[in-house]
Structure formats: structure tokens, C-alpha cells
Design a protein around this ligand. Sequence first.
Ligand SMILES: NC(=O)c1ccc[n+]([C@@H]2O[C@H](COP(=O)([O-])OP(=O)(O)OC[C@H]3O[C@@H](n4cnc5c(N)ncnc54)[C@H](OP(=O)(O)O)[C@@H]3O)[C@@H](O)[C@H]2O)c1
Length: 234
Amino acid sequence: MDIKGKKAVVFGGTSGIGLAVTQQLAARGATVVAVSRDPSKAGELPAGVTTMACDVLDRDAVAGVLAACAPYDILVSSATGGDRAIGRFTEMDMDGFQGSFRKVWGYANVVRYGTQHLPEDGTIVLVSGSPARRIKPGMIAVGAAGAAIESMVRSIAQEITPRRINVVAPGVIDTPMNPLQGEARAKAYAANTANHLIPRAGTAEECARAVLFLVENEFVTGTTVDVDGGWLLA
Ligand SMILES: NC(=O)c1ccc[n+]([C@@H]2O[C@H](COP(=O)([O-])OP(=O)(O)OC[C@H]3O[C@@H](n4cnc5c(N)ncnc54)[C@H](OP(=O)(O)O)[C@@H]3O)[C@@H](O)[C@H]2O)c1
């Protein structure tokens, strides 16, 4: 797909990976609607980008935003949906475990109500995470949610062809999702990537480039692209 002149809707497009996608799509000449609960956090956005407020867990609101934005060619969601539960399953706070699946419900809403407005050459990209296929201690909740997303995408790809749907699976990425600051932040990234083949946190821009690859390449559907600095081989 030639991105220039196309219209994109990016849920979670106001921070981190989604914001980088918004910026890169706009830089390539797309018009972009960046959606989140509080779009003001995005700060100044480039020409061609507008924002809308919506909680991805609110089905009616998601359907309304998508209907208002239609027609569009590119649909992306990186919206986390809520908090993640970290810890051993046998000691897990089950509300936290269930809550980690908000990301899945949010993506499901976006795809369910968004596909109907996509033309035959339209394309969808979601964002999972490395724990979907290589778990680290304490990451069962995000791993299970990520695996559900990747499985869902493989199934949906068969239903919606010739429209395409793919996933980017990030490893450890330096974004506002991490509340730590300063030295504590740097130490955490160093520790969490020490055994990776590329021992540093990735950037939101590096992940966004994979999203744009999946948007542009018309021979790719139903698959996952890892942007993980070698997490899967660690
Ligand atoms: N950063 C990493 O290390 C990493 C690693 C693996 C996977 N991932 C995945 O990558 C995706 C993007 O993460 P990120 O690091 O870019 O996070 P981020 O910087 O925290 O951005 C998350 C975005 O999602 C929006 N959002 C969250 N809940 C929402 C809701 N209920 N409804 C609508 N919008 C919502 C947020 O805006 P509002 O708060 O305004 O709603 C924000 O725009 C997530 O799915 C995350 O799980 C990230």
C-alpha cells in the first residue's frame, strides 16, 4: 500500500509506540486520527493529524468513532486498555490477571467494529509483545493476553481476506508505559535486556517502522513481526 494520501485511525496513537506510528504515517502523507481516552497527552502533533477521545473498552464508543472516521484505509491499535498484572500465577491477584486481558477486549472491539469500514485493500495492525511466545518469570498475564491476540489475528486474517491483518510483537521498549524515571529507569532497562542479543531497550520509532512495513507490504497477512532485540533467542 502506498501510504501517501491514505487515511489511518490509530487507537493508542497518542503515546509511545502508537504515537510514533501516528507521526510516521503523517510523515508519509497519510491523514491520521489518533484515538485514546485523553488525547491531550500527545502534545503537539504534525499536520494531518487530528485526535478523538474514546475508551477502547466501550463498544458503542469504539463503533461510533470508527463510523465517524469511515472510510479509512489503515487501522492500528496499540492501546493497552488498562494495567498489567506481574507475578507468579500461583500467587496472582485474579482481578489483576483478568484486567490484563483488557488489551484483548480493546483490540477485539477495534477489529470487530472497524473491519466493516475497511476497503478490500485495507489493512489492520495490532501490537502484542514478546512474552506471547517466550515467557519470562512473572509475565504470565501479559504472555497469555499476547498469545490470545496473535492467535486471534491468525484466525481473523482468514475471515477478512483480501483485507490484511498483522501483529508487531515488541520486546522491551522505552515508552511512557514505564513509570520509572532517571537512574531507576536506566537500571531497569539494563537489567531487563542484559541477556538479549541487543542489550538495550528498543525505541517506539523502531516498533513503528515495523508497523509501517506491515501496512505497506501487500503480501503479508496473518503473521507476527518481532521487534525485540533478540529477546526470543535470549
Ligand atoms: N513498551 C513496551 O515495553 C512494550 C512491550 C511489549 C508490548 N507493548 C505493547 O505495545 C502497546 C503500546 O504500548 P506503549 O508502550 O506504547 O504504551 P503507552 O505509551 O502507555 O501508550 C498506550 C496508549 O494506549 C492508550 N490507551 C490505554 N488504555 C486505553 C483505553 N482503555 N482506551 C483507549 N486508549 C487507551 C493510551 O492513551 P490514554 O491513556 O489517553 O487512553 C496511550 O495512547 C501496548 O499494547 C503494550 O502492551 C509494549
